[in-house]
Design a protein around this ligand. Sequence first.
Ligand code: 3HC
Length: 332
Amino acid sequence: MYTQAMDVPNADDAPSVAAPANEAEAAAHFDARCAAGEYVEAKDWMPDNYRKTLIRQISQHAHSEIVGMLPEGNWISRAPSLKRKTILLAKVQDEGGHGLYLYAAAETLGVSRDELLTALHTGRAKYSSIFNYPTPTWADIGVIGWLVDGAAIMNQVPLCRCSYGPYARAMVRICREESFHQRQGFDSLQTMMQGTDAQRAMVQDAVNRWWWPVLMMFGPHDKDSQHSETSTKWGIKRISNDELRQKFVDATVEQAKVLGVGLPDPALTWNAERGHHDFGAIDWTEFWNVVNGHGPCNRERLAAKVKAHDDGAWVREAALAFSAKQAARAAA
Ligand code: 3HC
């Protein structure tokens, strides 16, 4: 879909899009295009802040996909059957692919993959809070599929209609694959729920630990969401953090009944007047602690990611040497 983009733009490359003669007019025209639901493409003129917002969001998203491989990769060698191991391997590989499409989409905005990775490896870039929680049991893997991927789909389907074309197109394939991820998690939990008392208790314990961090994945309440207003104006965000969280709760309550698990929130009740479930207060102190690097596994995740990058240095060197050799041959 996209190039692997091993190369980075040269500092002396001419800008692909000339600055408009009248910036205010160009900005008004741009806003009107977004309001009309048009797609913006990489070579179109765009306001600096639109570009920055997208680089921020797409790169955070890419980092989340890649760091998200770690908690599950931890279980590949311990999956309880060949079938579950094959499914888990496929899922973790899919997440790696999602990261690559997203880095490539971010690169179309004029940032290099090296810059993005350096920001992640030095702790400057964010990735989703959810991947800083541990996976001590096999049930955690099912719960990640059911709840974490379920929440990811809820947030990501609207991104298929995001105003930036390369991001929107990448999201179409990602969402199809995420849908398989959610189904396999539910299927794995359903099997365990039909097993022994100990297996059912393991599922319930994992649901209890993941429920609140999953609700935090949608981001702060709308009133505290600093980027929502501009991102909504430009059609990057189509549905707000709180609306998506509510849709997720409403859908998941029904799925939990089918599974036969409880959700750990005494305040969770159907509100007929609103036509939605009410739910309890989220612990935002915990959320910001995790986002700011102080969650249960932040250090471990970052260290594992940096080690994997360092261990792969020879692959990048070999690929660059091969590409230089081919370029020299072509020039000769
Ligand atoms: N984890 C870490 N940081 C978070 C966060 C979370 N769950 N939710 C919000 N934040 C951060 C924002 O990045 C922002 O920080 P910044 O200014 O340093 O960038 C700050 O909190 C304020 O939040 P806002 O609501 O103002 O930010 P946004 O408007 O960007 O909304 C978002 C946040 C809803 C996560 C949005 O960025 C988004 O939709 N991103 C794309 C989807 C994505 O990245 N999903 C991550 C999970 S991917 C995944 O789960 C993989 C799958 O395989 C399971």
